[in-house]
Ligand binder design. Structure first.
Ligand code: ADP
Ligand code: MG
Length: 724
């Protein structure tokens, strides 16, 4: 560590103190409110939360006062409304707490002031946030409103400045959602309502509330910051646009679960401490499959909080990495030829008793509920596979999932042999037999007893059952989880509503409730078998098989956008009140704009790198090689060297010709003004041309002397000595 830049952090700087003593010390949630607010104000707040109504001005002012007192005592000087615009990351606009008080001697006096209205509503200059055309200029206002369900927190930046962050939603003049948080809040509400209806039909008559739960495993790369700073592509786009893969790559698979490098461990400990102070319950850390790739996973929480915590985690990772002279890459495919980074979203639901609805239980009733809910999820994923695949689309995930090296996005479910077997038996209408591994017939209404089975895993499945939850693995590392989770919640809500209707119809004919539920499970499984797949999702046979089964295949961003623009495919989002027609349309436009801009930046940067780095390096190498040819006397050597020179000349031709073709394609793109046409040009013409150009540049890298090559290579980034 001593060789790194000054001001470097070591885990010795972290005080030894039990986590429980400082966990959440930078947050202010309902617990703190209860402690510090006058009782009337707190009661008013809880009632407002329960009934979803507005706070009175007095209560809001009282809350603002205790929050400000707390924050100022912690050293905060500014506050901001923290929100999640459709661009994916978070946004904040800082205002200082200070306010001028005019005394009657007309002296100016500075005081700290934070009122209820400052807490509750803000109006950032929203005109530069994307709205997908939803706001016309005369009403280009956007408002932020406090979301009291998510704790307020204080963030400290690198130089020690502290800002109070108020989690907010962001919406337009007519209440249109301009952010990712609003649809998520709506979706958990819709899910709770339909899940309660369904559970009541199963016999859980007293259920009042169902909570969606989420634990998101975050993968990331760490690169030495000094090395990264010499890669314009990493700086501009978050990924490498050129670079020959190393011979080693991830062949040895020795990095996975190996000992964590000291420098990385120091980063992780610092990061964890920061996250604990912010109330984020991070739990596991380990190396991932690719070199310099790592993973962090929290303990799951109620979904809306978990989603805020994941965005906060991503921001904190970047901030803490800088302190360790590291660059944290959250891009889905920063390096070619090695694994990309995902964010496995572990998803489940629990009732108000805290029972996990996807957990096989101890009683026949719990098991039946587990089977019924699982069958509904299978139905949901089958029915809305296209939209689920489209909800995870991003320029980066496009490379991770649909790219040259990766399989296309086809959503399928892996159940594991235990659940598969049970569903098979039920589907066949056979009573379950006492059989292997804990599956025994209880003799009660033919309901099998189920035990958790963590033994088999299928790493290639995009949506897998893992014992007591489903794991949506196709989500990209940089994604705001609110987007895919809103769509998943809405899909399950839709399937729950449908299942309730069907169950009522069955119950009208079948007297025994358990038998009726089993009949429903049987129907759902038989009708939705097509989504189940336990083979290798990366194989070309699966693509053919999926086609035969009629499953949607998302080959590129263009396919995903078509889904967002398809009224039939998105109808369930409207029906569940998660997004309005207008909001869906705006998301469609915003995502396309973002995709186009991202690719334009990448393609321009590729051309720049080739012109500024690769071509000059090849020129120098050619000069050098030709000098040698001139000076040697051996004819045999001359002929060998000439072969090399010819090879280099061939690469040079490919570089210049390839650069020209790509530049022409980019000119054509500039002349095109329709977004759909632009996406088509990018996917069909520009991306393949850029791939060809890259291939030529990567061949050049292997032919040019290292001392003439000015871009740090994959080996320097991925196998940096300080990361071992
Ligand atoms: P596994 O090894 O099966 O992936 P872990 O316990 O390591 O299981 O969990 C992985 C992630 O799933 C963690 O973030 C964990 O908190 C989360 N998780 C566990 N149970 C649930 C649940 N009921 N709902 C949502 N996430 C869950
Ligand atoms: Mg993982």
């Amino acid at each position: 560590m001593s060789s790194q830049s000054p001001g470097h952090f070591s885990s010795k700087d972290i005080p030894v103190q039990p986590v429980s003593e400082y966990f959440g010390e930078l947050t202010f949630g309902l617990g703190e409110m209860r402690e510090r607010l006058p009782r009337d104000a707190f009661n008013d707040l809880t009632k407002a939360l329960e009934q979803g109504r507005k706070l009175s001005k007095d209560t809001a002012d009282a809350i603002a006062k205790v929050i400000m007192d707390w924050a100022v005592r912690k050293g905060a000087t500014h506050f901001c409304h923290w929100f999640q615009p459709m661009t994916g990351l978070t946004a904040e606009k800082h205002d200082s707490f200070i306010s001028i008080q005019h005394s009657h001697h007309s002296e100016l006096k500075v005081i700290e002031r934070f009122t209820g209205s400052m807490l509750i509503q803000g109006e950032p200059d929203a005109s530069s946030f994307p709205s997908g055309g939803m706001r016309s200029t005369f009403e280009a206002r956007g408002y932020t409103a406090w979301d009291p369900t998510s704790p307020i927190f204080i963030v400290e930046n690198a130089v020690g400045a502290k800002t109070l962050c108020v989690p907010t939603v962001f919406f337009g003049y007519h209440g249109q959602a301009l952010d990712n948080k609003t649809p998520l809040l709506r979706s958990v509400q819709a899910l709770s309502k339909e899940a309660c209806n369904f559970l009541k039909l199963l016999g859980d008559v007293d259920v009042k509330n169902v909570t969606a739960t989420l634990g998101s495993e975050q993968e990331y790369f760490l690169i030495d910051r000094d090395v990264a700073a010499r890669r314009p592509d990493l700086m501009m786009t978050g990924r490498t646009l050129l670079g020959a893969p190393t011979a080693r790559g991830q062949k040895l698979e020795d990095h996975y679960f190996g000992a964590i490098p000291t420098r990385v461990l120091a980063f992780m400990e610092d990061l964890e401490r920061e996250l604990y102070r912010l109330g984020v319950p991070v739990k596991t850390r380990h190396n991932e499959v690719a070199p310099s790739q790592f993973e962090l996973a929290p303990i799951f929480e109620s979904m809306t909080i978990a989603a805020d915590h994941n965005t906060l985690t991503m921001e904190t990772m970047k901030r803490v990495a800088a302190r360790h002279n590291l660059l944290c890459l959250l891009h889905e495919k920063p390096f070619a030829a090695i694994n990309g980074s995902g964010k496995h979203c572990n998803w489940s639901m629990s009732n108000d008793k805290g029972e996990n609805l996807l957990e096989p239980g101890h009683t026949p009733h719990q098991n039946l509920r587990f089977l019924a809910v699982s069958a509904v999820v299978i139905r949901a994923v089958h029915k809305h596979a296209g939209m689920l695949a489209s909800a995870i689309m991003s320029p980066g995930n496009d490379l991770r999932l649909g790219g040259n090296e990766a399989p296309p996005t086809i959503i399928s479910i892996f159940l594991g042999s235990m659940l598969e077997k049970i569903f098979e038996t039920i589907a066949k209408g056979e009573a379950t037999q006492g059989s292997e591994r804990g599956i025994i017939n209880l003799g009660v209404s033919h309901i099998p007893d189920i035990s958790k089975d963590y033994t088999d895993r299928n790493r290639t499945s995009p949506f897998a059952f893992t014992g007591n939850k489903f794991e949506f693995r196709a989500v990209g590392a940089s994604a705001n989880v609110a987007v895919p989770m809103s769509v998943l919640n809405a899909a399950v809500t839709d399937a729950l509503a449908e299942a309730s209707t069907r169950l009522k119809a069955i119950q009208a004919k079948v007297a025994n409730r358990d038998d009726a539920v089993l009949a429903l499970v049987r129907e759902l499984i038989n009708e939705n078998k097509g989504i189940l797949f336990s083979g290798n999702n990366y194989s070309s046979e699966w693509r053919e098989e999926a086609k035969r089964r009629g499953l949607p295949i998302i080959d590129s961003a263009a396919d995903a956008f078509a889904y967002w623009n398809n009224e039939k495919a998105t109808e369930f989002l409207v029906a569940t009140s998660v997004l309005s027609r207008e909001e869906i349309q705006s998301r469609y436009v915003v995502q396309m704009e973002r995709y186009i801009k991202t690719l334009e930046i990448e393609l321009d940067t590729t051309v720049t790198l080739v012109n500024e780095y690769v071509v000059p390096a090849v020129e120098n190498q050619l000069k050098r090689s030709q000098d040698v040819v001139r000076e040697v006397r051996s004819e045999a050597l001359k002929s060998q060297l000439n072969k090399r020179v010819a090879g280099l000349e061939g690469i040079f031709v490919d570089l210049l010709a390839g650069g020209e073709l790509l530049s022409k394609a980019l000119d054509k793109l500039n002349e095109t003004h329709d977004e759909v046409a632009k996406v088509a040009l990018l996917v069909r013409d520009c991306k393949p041309l850029a791939a060809k150009l890259r291939a030529a540049a990567d061949r050049a890298e292997q032919e040019v002397a290292d001392e003439l090559w000015n871009l740090p290579k994959y080996r320097e980034m991925l196998f940096h000595p300080s990361m071992k």
